[in-house]
Write a protein of this length. Structure first.
Length: 760
C-alpha cells in the first residue's frame, strides 16, 4: 500500500494552527503541523526527539521524529519531511526540518503553560489562566502581567515568578531560533542565556567560538558550524586560532597540561584542513596574545600550554616549595613516646612503614603518604591527628569529593570537608575566598584521595595553606589519575623533591579478603585469583570476589541486571538500591553507563511519578548523581542521592542527599544523571558495599590496569566482574593511560633548587 493512502482522514476537531501559518514544504517533501501531546524521547546531546502529535487534519495521534534543541508538551510544531515505516515503531513522520512555536488554540495554550516550562504555572494554574483570559493569556503574561493577580491563588510573588520565567523563556526562544536557523541540532540554550543574557546573539555573532570556550556542552564543532554559517571563512585566522585552543582543550580533557608544538600543529591541520603556514601564523598570534604559552617539555622539545595551565604548574611548584620551608609547627615531639601513647589509647599497632611515616610527619613540613587498599593509610592518619590534637594543633581534613570527605570523617572521627567547601568557593567570582591573602586558619592540613587532584584544584589548595603549616598529602598513586588535567600526586612523587612514604604491609589480607589480595595482584600486573566456577546466575557466598562469564555484551547486560536485582540481594542480603553499585569503563555501548541506567531503572524502579527531561525520565525513587559542582546548592560532582518528589505543578524535583533535601528546577535537571550505573572515573573517592564491574572487549579502549584496580578498590564487601577472560587479561596488561604531558615534576625540581631530571 502506498504510504499516502494510509494517512488518516481529516478530523474536524483537530487543533488549529497559529495565526501565521508557514510556507508549504519544498518540492519533493511533505509538511505537517500539530500540537505536541507527549514527548516520548528527547536527547539534549543530539537534539533527537520522538513526539506524539495531534496533527492538523488527522484524526489520531502521529509519531514525529526529528531534531530540536528543546521541545515541550503543548507547543505547536511545524515539520517538513516524509512519512516512513519503522519496523519496530510503525508509521512515523521523519522531519528533515522541525520547529516548535507557541500554540494558538486554547487546548494548546493550556498544555503549553502546564508543561512545566514557565515557573509558577503547572497544570492547575494553566487551566485557571486559560479560563480567565482565553487566548489573550500569553499577551497578558508578556505585556500586562499585573492582570494575572485577578486569578485566585496568584499574588504578587507568583506573578513576578511567572513574569520572570516567561521573559527568560522568551530570550531562550530567540536564542534557539537563531541557533536553529544556523544549523544547530544540539545546544544548551538555557546555559547560553544564563551566560550571556540579552547580549547572547550579539556575542555569538561577534565571535561564534566563544560558545566552545564558555558554554559547557557546546564544543568547538558546534561553534565551528555556527561560524561557517555566519560567513566566517574556513581558513580564517579566527578559526585557526580557535582550533589550536580546541586541540589543547581536548587534550586537557584527556588529562594533559600541554602538547608538543609539532604534534599540536599536526592535529590542528588534520582537524581544520587549514594550511600549516596559516596555523603557524595563528599560533604566533595566540602566543603573542598570551592565550597560549610555550615551554620546555620533559623530552627537551617545545611544548605549548593553555595559559591558565602553564601558570598553574609553575605556581603550584613554587607554592609547595615555599610551604616546605621554615620551622615545623609542632616541634619537640618525642616520636617513640607519642607512638606508644596512641597505640595504647586505641589498641592499635603501627607497622614499620607506618612508624617511619609517623616520624616523618614531625620532621618535614610537607610529605606524601601513599599505598594501596588495606595498608593502613587511614590508621596512620588517625594516629597522627590524635597526637597533633593532643599537642593543641589546629587541624583540618579535606578530600576532593563529598563522598571521599564523608568517608574520611567516618574513619578519622573528625570533621572533613570537600576542598571546595574548605576553601569557601564564591560563585559570584568563580573563585575561592581562601587563598594566599586569606589562608586557612590551621596548623595542619591533611588532604586525602590526592590522586584525584587536578593541577588547578591543587594550586587553589596550595595557595590557601598557611606558610607555617604542616601539609600531609595522602593518596593511592596506582589509582586512576584526576579527571582534569595534570598528574599531581604522580608528578610530586616522580620529582624526588618531597619525602614519600610508601605503605606496603597489607593488614586486611589476613582477614581473608580476596578483594584486597586481587587488587594488589592486578596492580602488579597479575591476573586476579578467582573461586571455583559456580552458578553463573549468581555467586556463592564462599568468597568476596567473583568473575561471571558473558561472551556477548547482550548477555553481559542480562547478567548485570539479574545479579543486581535478584542474585546478589538473595545470596548476600545487599539492597539493590542502597548497597549495589555498577561501575563501568564507559558511558557508551550496551555495557556503558547510559544503557545500563535505562535497564536498571526499568528493573528496579519501573513505576512512580516522573518527568522527562534531557533524554532521561526522572522518577520518584530514582538513584541519581550530581554531574557538576553546584555551589549555590552545596552539591558537588559525584554526590549520589535519591529523588523524593517530582512536582510538575511547581516545576521542581526534590532530591535527598544523605541527610538533606535539594530542590531542582526542571531546567536544572541536566545536572543530574541516573546513578544505578556510573563510570569508574566518577566513582573515585567513593566506597560501596558491593560493586558489579562489566569487563568486556566492547570497552577495549578504556581497559587499563589502573581503571580495573580503581574499580576493584571501590568495594568494601563484594566484587563481581562480568565479561570475558580476554577483556580481563587486556585490562591487567595495559598501562598506556598513565602517560600525560605534564611538567610539574621538573618545575618542582627547579623550585627546590635541584638539578633537572634527564629528558624522558
Amino acid at each position: 500500500m502506498n504510504d499516502r493512502t494510509s494517512i488518516p482522514p481529516p478530523d474536524p476537531d483537530a487543533p488549529q494552527p497559529p495565526r501565521t501559518a508557514p510556507a508549504l514544504a519544498e518540492s519533493g517533501g511533505e509538511h505537517l503541523e500539530g500540537l505536541v501531546e507527549l514527548v516520548t524521547f528527547h536527547s539534549v546531546e543530539t537534539g533527537f526527539c520522538v513526539l506524539k502529535v495531534k496533527a492538523q487534519g488527522m484524526r489520531d495521534q502521529v509519531a514525529v521524529v526529528g531534531k530540536l534543541p528543546r521541545v515541550n508538551v503543548g507547543e505547536w510544531i511545524k515539520a517538513d519531511g516524509r512519512w516512513v515505516f519503522d519496523r519496530a515503531h510503525g508509521r512515523q513522520f521523519s522531519a528533515d526540518r522541525l520547529e516548535a512555536v507557541v500554540p494558538d488554540s486554547l487546548a494548546g495554550i493550556e498544555k503549553f503553560l502546564g508543561s512545566g516550562l514557565i515557573k509558577g504555572i503547572g497544570p492547575v494554574y494553566a487551566g485557571k489562566l486559560v479560563k480567565a483570559f482565553g487566548k489573550d493569556v500569553l499577551d497578558i503574561i508578556e505585556n500586562r502581567s499585573a492582570e494575572l493577580e485577578r486569578v485566585d491563588g496568584i499574588g504578587p510573588t507568583r506573578r513576578r515568578l511567572i513574569k520572570d520565567s516567561w521573559n527568560a523563556q522568551k530570550s531562550i526562544r530567540d536564542i534557539m531560533g537563531f541557533l536553529f536557523a544556523n544549523g544547530v541540532g544540539t545546544q544548551r540554550a538555557f546555559r547560553i542565556y544564563k551566560r550571556y543574557g540579552e547580549k547572547a546573539i550579539e556575542t555569538i555573532r561577534l565571535d561564534p567560538y566563544c560558545l566552545a570556550r564558555d558554554i559547557r556542552g557546546i564544543g568547538f564543532k558546534t561553534a565551528d558550524q555556527i561560524a561557517l554559517r555566519l560567513g566566517v571563512p574556513a581558513d580564517s585566522l579566527l578559526r585557526a586560532r580557535a582550533g589550536l585552543s580546541h586541540v589543547l582543550l581536548e587534550l586537557s580533557d584527556q588529562g594533559h597540561c600541554a602538547c608538543p608544538q609539532l604534534l599540536l600543529l599536526d592535529r590542528a591541520e588534520a582537524m581544520l584542513a587549514i594550511p600549516a603556514a596559516r596555523l603557524e601564523e595563528a599560533l604566533r598570534l595566540e602566543l603573542q596574545a598570551g592565550r597560549l604559552v610555550p615551554g620546555r617539555g620533559t623530552d627537551g622539545e617545545t611544548w605549548i600550554y593553555l595559559a591558565h595551565l602553564h601558570l598553574a604548574e609553575r605556581e603550584a611548584a613554587a607554592r609547595l616549595a615555599a610551604i616546605a620551608q621554615g620551622a615545623h609547627p609542632c616541634p619537640g615531639v618525642k616520636v617513640d613516646a607519642a607512638i606508644d601513647w596512641v597505640q595504647r589509647k586505641h589498641g592499635m599497632v603501627l607497622a614499620e612503614g607506618q612508624r617511619a611515616a609517623f616520624a616523618g610527619a614531625f620532621r618535614h613540613k610537607v610529605l606524601v603518604i601513599t599505598g594501596g587498599p588495606g595498608v593502613g593509610k587511614t590508621t596512620l592518619v588517625r594516629a597522627l591527628v590524635e597526637v597533633l590534637a593532643a599537642k593543641k594543633m589546629r587541624i583540618q581534613l579535606c578530600a576532593p569529593t563529598g563522598r571521599a570527605a564523608k568517608r574520611m570523617a567516618e574513619l578519622s572521627g573528625r570533621e572533613a570537608k570537600t576542598i571546595h567547601r574548605l576553601l569557601e568557593y564564591d560563585p559570584a567570582t568563580n573563585g575561592f575566598k581562601r587563598d594566599a591573602s586569606r589562608p586557612l586558619a590551621t596548623d595542619v592540613l591533611v588532604a586525602d584521595e590526592t590522586s584525584m587532584l587536578d593541577i588547578q584544584l591543587a594550586l587553589s589548595l596550595f595557595r590557601a595553606v598557611p606558610p607555617g603549616a604542616l601539609l600531609i598529602l595522602v593518596g593511592d598513586i596506582d589509582q586512576l589519575p584526576s579527571v582534569g588535567p595534570g598528574r599531581v600526586l604522580g608528578d610530586i612523587i616522580a620529582s624526588g623533591t618531597l619525602p614519600v612514604y610508601r605503605l606496603d604491609h597489607v593488614f586486611r589480607q589476613g582477614g581473608g579478603s580476596a578483594i584486597i589480595e586481587n587488587a594488589h595482584r592486578v596492580n602488579r600486573g597479575e591476573m586476579p585469583l578467582l573461586p571455583e566456577k559456580g552458578d553463573a546466575a549468581g555467586p556463592t557466598p564462599a568468597s568476596d570476589f567473583y568473575f561471571v562469564r558473558a561472551e556477548t555484551p547482550e548477555r553481559g547486560v542480562e547478567l548485570v541486571r539479574k545479579l543486581a536485582r535478584d542474585s546478589i540481594p538473595r545470596r548476600f542480603g545487599f539492597s539493590p538500591m542502597e548497597d549495589i553499585q555498577i561501575l563501568t569503563p564507559m558511558q557508551k555501548g550496551e555495557l556503558g553507563a547510559r544503557n545500563l541506567n535505562l535497564v536498571m531503572q526499568t528493573a528496579l524502579n519501573p513505576r512512580g511519578t516522573d518527568i522527562e527531561r534531557f533524554g532521561w525520565r526522572y522518577r520518584t525513587g530514582d538513584r541519581v548523581m550530581q554531574t557538576e559542582n553546584d555551589y549555590d546548592k552545596d552539591v558537588f560532582n559525584g554526590d549520589i542521592g535519591r529523588i523524593e518528589r517530582v512536582d510538575a505543578e511547581e516545576s521542581e524535583v526534590t532530591v535527598r542527599f544523605d541527610d538533606r533535601r535539594v530542590v531542582y528546577d526542571l531546567q536544572e535537571l541536566d545536572e543530574l544523571t541516573p546513578a544505578y550505573a556510573v563510570t569508574v572515573h566518577k566513582s573515585q573517592g567513593s566506597e560501596y558495599p558491593c560493586v558489579i564491574v562489566p569487563v568486556h572487549t566492547q570497552h577495549y579502549v578504556m581497559l587499563q590496569r589502573n581503571l580495573l584496580y580503581t574499580a576493584i578498590t571501590r568495594a568494601k564487601k563484594l566484587v563481581v566482574l562480568v565479561g570475558t577472560p580476554k577483556a580481563l587479561a587486556l585490562a591487567v596488561r595495559s598501562t598506556g593511560s598513565l602517560h600525560r604531558y605534564t611538567t610539574l615534576a621538573p618545575r618542582l625540581r627547579e623550585a627546590f633548587g635541584l638539578a633537572p631530571l634527564p629528558p624522558a
